[in-house]
Write a protein that binds this ligand. Structure first.
Ligand SMILES: NC(=O)C1=CN([C@@H]2O[C@H](COP(=O)(O)OP(=O)(O)OC[C@H]3O[C@@H](n4cnc5c(N)ncnc54)[C@H](OP(=O)(O)O)[C@@H]3O)[C@@H](O)[C@H]2O)[C@@H](O)CC1
Ligand SMILES: Nc1ncnc2c1ncn2[C@@H]1O[C@H](COP(=O)(O)OP(=O)(O)O)[C@@H](O)[C@H]1O
Length: 550
């Protein structure tokens, strides 16, 4: 499991370690990790450190110190290294060490004319095959400013227009992306690899900032005793959570899912959802879909059972047209009945627009917030999972009374800080919120946060969300069946982890369907894959699960 912490917590832990260690010892350790990452990147390109040209971008704090010591180590190994100082306050001991090792120092911070600065940056950047970004790390505040902003802005356009893109190795965090909520507030250099110190910080896992980190390597500096603020599941975590059926199992112990999907406008949506639930390994899939789609469903999923009955999880909403009153009623009833029996419920797509009607049928409960008086509210339990995409999340947030500068909440507000919004929606509704996107974010009402970034862009195709809803139904039914057997109820953490595991399976199935490998590829020549249908994702679900379990 990848874990990220608040930068302030890591800085505090780091401060204690720095105080206890010999002067610059941790900085040298960090720099060693940066130099090793540069060497690995060059190896992937078929080159060596010896004879390569490296440009270190150096800010005025300890992040710049890391970059300068890394510059020294690379020069010691035979690289031609230049260090571009973008601050007048470069770390003095690291600067002296770099100079002594033969690093060519370019003092950009003292140039008064913009044209001189641009010429210096262009010349240095164009001849370097590797850029080491050590301008600002966790000591940064707000978007880059001054010389740092000018230099980074220029480097972004040089990189975009260069036929031989340089490799960018970021020190700790790509400069300018240190914000705790994952927001991207200004210019920054997207890294191929980020060498992070001590532990991952929030922006490394939170979208959209996390999209600019490249692969992440952690240089362990010592223990970090702090609460985890965001996690990302890996294959091994999915395997730990998955229940492989044994000799004592039968279909009810594996989990039965009820799928209530489709309306007159979108009759066939339930087919993808039900097939996805079945392929994820539900013991049984009960279906309630419009009569017009029944024959098609049973042609491709004869195993589906068309009657309601005992189940361990319910999915409502895929293919719901909110104007179809009959189907709205059926979905509200199915969801309410399951919630009142404490079963997990996935509310997807059109279902998001009817949650007020579901909530209205639930009993009020007492809620106290800190010292404020107890109030009566209608909220979901954490085992209800809402799965909006950014547009649906914006509508939901607006209906719930949130507002941004523009009035309500716009899709762009959600996309600028998905984890913040998923958290707010979870807190307000009491449900677990899975906010879908290129990086999907799961937030539980008790603070659990997962981000999963495995899905390829090809996943953005009609019906992919229906497949995800079916997978989630099956995973939650599996977890619920296990919880029933163990005599406890599904906790907020288990629900959030289950939703993240379902997202992992969906994303890996999409990767396999698109002809991509299961994991991120190293090196420059990455496969791009090919278009897929949502049905192709469904087809690959068993292979994705097998990949986790082997
Ligand atoms: N402690 C240690 O020994 C170890 C620390 N480690 C490393 O230290 C890093 C933290 O170092 P740090 O605390 O010095 O802060 P850092 O990120 O370098 O930034 C400070 C500089 O940035 C500037 N600046 C700020 N905001 C800005 C903006 N928006 N736009 C432009 N400039 C901006 C600010 O300028 P000022 O505001 O003072 O003008 C100041 O010059 C951490 O990420 C890790 O890499 C590792 O080596 C392990 C050992
Ligand atoms: N750019 C992207 N890269 C990767 N995955 C994406 C991207 N955009 C959307 N997705 C994923 O595709 C799926 C789309 O779901 P949704 O929008 O509900 O589609 P539909 O309603 O047509 O089924 C979600 O799982 C989402 O996370």
């Amino acid at each position: 499991m990848l874990r990220a912490y608040a930068s302030s917590d890591v800085r505090r832990a780091e401060g204690e370690l720095v105080a206890a260690a010999p002067q610059d010892a941790l900085m040298k350790q960090a720099a060693d990790g940066v130099a090793a990452a540069v060497s690995d990147q060059l190896t992937l390109l078929g080159a060596t450190v010896h004879g390569s040209t490296v440009l270190a971008l150096v800010g005025g704090g300890d992040n710049g110190g890391d970059a300068l010591y890394a510059a020294k180590y690379l020069a010691d190994s035979g690289a031609k290294v230049q260090a571009l100082l973008v601050s007048t306050k470069a770390h003095p001991r690291a600067l002296a060490a770099a100079k002594k090792a033969g690093v060519d120092i370019l003092d950009a911070a003292r140039l008064t004319k913009r044209s001189q600065l641009r010429a210096l940056v262009a010349e240095a950047a164009n001849k370097a095959g590797v850029w080491v970004d050590g301008i600002v790390g966790t000591g940064g505040s707000g978007p880059l400013r001054g010389t740092a902003a000018t230099v980074v802005g220029q480097l972004v356009s040089l990189r975009d227009s260069s036929p031989d893109e340089p490799v960018v190795v970021a020190v700790d965090v790509p400069s300018g992306l240190g914000g705790e909520d994952g927001k991207v507030a200004g210019p920054h250099l997207t890294a191929d690899v980020t060498v992070t110190m001590g532990a991952m910080k929030n922006p490394a896992l939170l979208p959209p900032a996390c999209n600019s980190f490249g692969s992440i390597e952690v240089v362990e500096l010592g223990p970090v005793e702090a609460p985890v603020s965001a996690c990302r599941l890996t294959a091994a975590d999915v395997a730990d959570l998955w229940k492989v059926p044994g000799r004592a199992d039968h279909k009810y112990t594996r989990g039965v899912v009820e799928v209530v999907a489709g309306s007159d406008s979108y009759p066939a949506t339930g087919i993808i959802c039900a097939r996805a639930a079945a392929r994820t390994g539900a013991g049984m899939v009960r279906v309630n879909i419009p009569a017009a789609a029944s024959a098609s469903l049973f042609a491709v999923l004869p195993e589906a059972v068309p009657v309601s009955g005992r189940s361990q999880a319910v999915v409502v909403g895929p293919g719901l047209d909110p104007k179809d009153e009959g189907r709205v009623d059926e979905m509200v009833r199915a969801a309410t009945k399951a919630i009142l029996r404490s079963l997990p419920v996935v509310v997807d797509a059109g279902g998001i627009s009817i949650i007020d009607r579901i909530l209205a049928r639930l009993p009020e409960r007492a809620e106290s917030m800190g010292s404020s008086p107890v109030r009566r509210v209608r909220k979901f339990a954490p085992n209800v999972v809402l799965t909006p995409h950014a547009g649906e999340a914006a509508q939901l947030a607006t209906r719930l009374g949130f507002s941004e500068a523009s009035g309500g909440v716009a899709r762009s507000d959600i996309e600028a800080a998905p984890a913040k919004w998923a958290g707010l929606l979870a807190e307000k509704t009491g449900a677990t919120v899975l906010l879908k996107g290129a990086v999907s974010v799961v937030c539980g009402p008790e603070g659990d946060t997962f981000t999963q970034a495995e899905a390829p862009g090809w996943t953005a195709t009609a019906g992919a969300g229906d497949a995800l809803a079916g997978i989630l139904g099956a995973v939650l039914a599996m977890e619920q069946a296990q919880a029933e057997a163990d005599g406890h109820s599904l906790s907020a953490s288990e629900t959030a982890a289950g939703a993240a595991a379902g997202t992992w399976v969906h994303s890996i199935a999409a990767r396999l369907a698109a002809g991509l490998g299961a994991g991120p590829e190293l090196g420059r020549k990455k496969k791009v894959g090919h278009p897929i249908l949502a049905s192709d994702i469904v087809q690959q679900i068993p292979a994705a699960i097998e990949l986790a379990l082997r």
